[in-house]
Write a protein that binds this ligand. Structure first.
Ligand code: FAQ
Length: 327
């Protein structure tokens, strides 16, 4: 499927089977691949695609929660939400930097996001209708993100794996603050509990979709697992998430909106009902409720930030010129 051109740090290429075998042997020996190492072009392209999509998800993911900063119910909640949204922005920046080490520029990635060419996680195309959604995003969306990202800390590509270590620590905090918001509502008035249940009803299935299509329909999984970019398949991670989350919902006195969700003693995990993949693909292809608004808002933020980028660049140029004059 991929062109197997190889580009070394010195720009040399090697397309031999011998090189591919030696590269795979490094992966199998759990060696980390660094940006200056020669690598198959397919490996590089897969990482640029995945890390780029991941970075875009973090940045677009700031929008649904950002929507509630001015309406947080208390000062403490507002401070925590502000910090969380800023954390997500930071995650996007580490990830863009990790992708840049593979020879793609921030501008190219941004352009791909704005033009609709690059994907970002389907989950961020759903609206945040109530304060409970802010709790549910932390609980379910950060919870799903952690389940997916903990194995990425062992990804074969060094900069991605290292970025994930800090990201996972921060996401764990986000997950706990979200769960605590939902717990407060679930133990509150009947109206607050109903708000928490309504939020779980709306976010449960989209959260399961975050893990991507079933393994049989996952185009990239086999190769990504061979290269140890992914350590678990989409279905394996989805199952781990369900098994961890259903007891959390039970503890809160809430019910996941799936009549087929039952403990299966034999497999040692929960069964679940069918996922609506037609909805998933509709949202991924731009047909979700919020797709258009998300891209519009990202473009506006990028345009409004132009003077900041220009000023930072001018400052850096000035410092460089001063330093050169002094030498
Ligand atoms: N949404 O062959 P596969 C977060 C695409 S971070 C949209 O299975 P792969 C933090 C996929 O790209 C959330 N598209 O693909 C936060 C591919 O399309 P392509 C993001 C999806 O790469 C929390 C096609 O379908 N996390 O939430 C989705 O092997 C709270 C075929 O799929 C990451 O990005 C989807 N859900 O596996 C922020 C983690 N699923 O490229 C703010 C890193 C699949 O051929 C608030 N990424 N697609 O055009 C991964 O682990 C993988 O890329 C998967 C997909 C598992 C997402």
């Amino acid at each position: 499927m991929y062109s197997q051109g190889l580009i070394g740090a010195d720009g040399s290429t090697d397309e031999s089977q011998d090189f591919l075998d030696r590269f795979q042997a490094r992966i199998d020996a759990e060696e980390k691949i660094e940006p200056t190492d020669a690598m198959p072009e397919g490996y590089r392209r897969t990482l640029v695609r995945q890390i780029g999509q991941h970075a875009h998800s973090e940045i677009v993911g700031m929008l649904p929660e950002g929507n509630w900063i001015t309406r947080a119910p208390t000062l403490r909640r507002k401070a925590a939400l502000l910090a969380k949204v800023q954390d997500e922005g930071g995650h996007g920046l580490y990830l863009y930097s990790a992708a840049e080490t593979l020879g793609v520029s921030r501008e190219e990635m941004t352009e791909e996001l704005h033009s609709g060419k690059a994907k970002y996680s389907s989950i961020f195309n759903y609206p945040t209708l109530s304060w409970a959604d802010i709790g549910t995003i932390g609980w379910l969306v950060d919870g799903a993100a952690i389940m997916n990202q903990i194995p990425l800390c062992r990804c074969s590509f060094g900069p991605y794996a290292r970025a994930m270590i800090r990201v996972c620590k921060e996401e764990s905090f986000h997950q706990r603050q979200g769960y605590e918001i939902v717990m407060t509502l679930a133990r509150g008035t009947p109206e607050q509990k109903a708000m928490a249940q309504d939020s779980l009803n709306r976010w449960w299935w989209p959260a399961l979709m975050m893990f991507g299509p079933h393994d049989a329909d996952s185009e990239h999984s086999d190769q990504s697992m061979k290269w140890k970019i992914k350590r678990f398949s989409n279905d394996e991670l989805r199952q781990k998430f369900i098994d961890a989350t259903v007891p959390q919902a039970e503890f809160l006195g809430l019910t996941v909106p799936d009549a087929d969700c039952k403990w299966n003693e034999e497999k040692g995990g929960y069964d679940h009902g069918p996922i609506d993949w037609s909805e998933f693909w509709r949202v991924v292809k731009g047909g979700g409720v919020m797709n258009r608004d998300r891209i519009r808002d990202r473009k506006a933020a990028w345009e409004k930030g132009e003077w900041v980028r220009d000023a930072a660049l001018a400052h850096a140029e000035k410092r460089r010129a001063r330093k050169m004059a002094a030498e």
